[in-house]
Design a protein around this ligand. Structure first.
Ligand SMILES: *Cc1c(COP(=O)(O)O)cnc(C)c1O
Length: 356
């Protein structure tokens, strides 16, 4: 039986996409080779990369003047690539500290040059998104994290930035409509809403590059990656292929706008239950809560933890435990999570309350 997988990442993907991938592992689109065996320079794979890029462009409505890359090293490597490419010798990066990942990005920038934190919600264990700050006009760039996977908060309104705006969208890209032209660099580790682990998607406005004045190691240099169309070294062919299949699936189901509507309805179902159910309470501040990662706790964990775990397990639910820095539970409900599956969780929560 296929489990109901609430993992934060790698996370659930549409079963249809998983099956297509399984076929391609045996025989990639009638080529007589596995997707794991085919050359990245082959015409067939070049078509995959090209389709993946066009799907990104179309689904997110990426304007001209931006390059689309599929790199490696995960979102964490972008924490490093960004300051390497954008920080000038005397300049600084401005960072919004909204969670563990945002903080790690900030730390990398400080290791390479100068970086300042414009606002932080750390003292409240990141339960909200700071609103009171302005983006400094003399920074080299501003960095924010659209969705805080661990804490379950999400930026609903992005600030106006007088400097290039860089955003880690690892856990909510393709889940809601965004205006790409507001941003100068968007990146996302693939393993949440894009595909399997291994690839990181980067969308960059070309004109912000080439200004740092520092030596950039080739593997970290966005301009080299662009010039080589993500193939300066061997790209992660399997991950890119599966990401392409997943984006094709998204397009066939109505694209990002349809996903956004469905995601809002899904999140509302679960948050409503958390509010209604006397045994549970939500972690994140209501106006900042995420439609992708729903964090919640038991009011009386000593009494109910074991029974809740047992009921979840019986219902086929897995990986719903919260991150150790938050505790409790986290239901990651990315694009591929269905309403039917969320209803199973809700039923379990209701059963637990009835047994009380
Ligand atoms: C998962 C995640 C990361 C880390 O991604 P890796 O690909 O493991 O490096 C970074 N930022 C956010 C917002 C994430 O959700």
């Amino acid at each position: 039986m296929r489990k109901i997988n609430f993992s934060a990442g790698p996370s659930t993907l549409p079963y249809e996409v998983v099956k297509q991938m399984a076929d391609a592992v045996l025989d990639f689109e009638g080529t007589g080779t596995s997707i794991s065996e085919i050359s990245h320079r082959s015409k067939e794979f070049m078509n995959v990369l090209s389709e993946a890029k066009s799907l990104v462009k179309e689904l997110l409505n990426v304007p001209d003047g931006y390059s689309i890359l599929f790199l490696q090293g995960g979102a964490s490597m972008e924490f490093l690539r960004i300051p390497m490419n954008l920080l000038t010798k005397d300049g600084y990066g401005a960072y919004l500290d909204t969670g563990t990942w945002a903080n790690k990005a900030f730390k990398e920038a400080k290791g390479i040059g100068n970086a300042v934190c414009v606002a932080s919600s750390k003292e409240d264990n990141y339960t909200y998104i700071p609103a009171d700050y302005t983006v400094p006009a003399d920074a080299d760039y501003f960095h924010c994290t659209s969705n805080n996977t661990i804490f379950g908060t999400q930026i609903k309104h992005f600030p106006k930035s007088p400097v290039p705006m860089v955003c880690d969208m690892s856990s909510d890209i393709f889940s809601r409509t965004i205006d790409v032209s507001q941003f100068d660099l968007i990146y996302a580790g693939a393993q949440k809403n894009v595909g399997p682990a291994g690839a990181v998607l980067v969308i960059i406005k070309d004109e912000i590059l080439g200004k740092s004045g520092r030596y950039i190691p080739s593997m970290l240099d966005y301009q080299i990656a662009i010039k080589n169309d993500s193939m300066y070294n061997t790209p992660c062919t399997m991950a890119i292929y599966m990401a392409m299949l997943n984006l094709r699936y998204l397009k066939n189901r109505g694209g990002v706008a349809a996903a956004e509507k469905y995601n809002e309805e899904k999140a509302a179902m679960l948050y409503d239950e958390i509010e209604r159910n006397p045994l549970f309470k939500a972690v994140a501040k209501k106006e900042d809560r995420s439609n992708m990662n729903v964090t919640f706790v038991l009011n009386d964990p000593e009494k109910y933890t074991d029974r809740f775990a047992e009921l979840c397990s019986k219902a086929g639910i897995r990986d719903i435990k919260g991150h150790r820095s938050v505790g409790g539970y986290r239901a990651s409900i990315y694009n591929a999570m269905t309403k039917e599956n969320i209803q199973v969780l809700i039923d379990v929560m209701q059963q637990l309350a009835q047994e009380k």
